[in-house]
Design a binder for this molecule. Structure first.
Ligand code: RB5
Length: 148
């Protein structure tokens, strides 16, 4: 199950991605927002981040105007590795090297065609592990140290 969420700045792209993923047969849970009325992006980063962090959803996608607010907020949640990707290479590497569990996109930064290609690549790419697993573990350790 993929969790998806956006603020008003990402609402239109969320709708496009939602339709695209459903067409491709993915199971998607839409956490809103459901209109173009102004809302606060941290609320959506929190609800999608929690769904992924608690294992209710395997991966997440967050969209706001730039992708910045969503990535900053989502990365505060323990266990979340949210990657803001504006290109296909970064999207692939965020999975292969960083084991990103949330993809973040900026609706006001990239076009729909590129966004859908990024989503596709990100969902198909796998974490390669090995030396990268040690580095991701070090990130978790930093997180744990601050939680104690
Ligand atoms: C909303 O205007 C905008 O600030 C938001 O979508 C996002 O870009 C924040 O980082």
């Amino acid at each position: 199950m993929i969790a998806i969420g956006a603020d008003h700045g990402g609402y239109r792209l969320k709708t496009e991605i939602l339709n695209y993923l459903k067409q491709k047969g993915y199971q998607v849970k839409d956490f809103g927002t459901y209109t173009e009325t102004s809302v606060d992006y941290p609320d959506y980063a929190l609800i999608v981040g929690n769904a992924v962090s608690k294992g209710e959803c395997e991966k997440g996608i967050l969209i706001c105007g730039t992708g910045l607010g969503m990535s900053i907020a989502a990365n505060k949640i323990p266990g979340i590795r949210a990657a803001l990707c504006n290109d296909c290479y970064t999207a692939r590497m965020s999975r292969e090297h960083n084991n990103a569990n949330i993809l973040v996109l900026g609706e006001r930064v990239i076009g729909t065609g590129l966004a859908l290609e990024i989503v596709d690549i990100w969902l198909k790419s796998e974490f390669v592990g090995g030396r990268h697993a040690l580095r991701v573990e070090k990130i978790s350790k930093i997180e744990k140290n601050y939680m104690e």
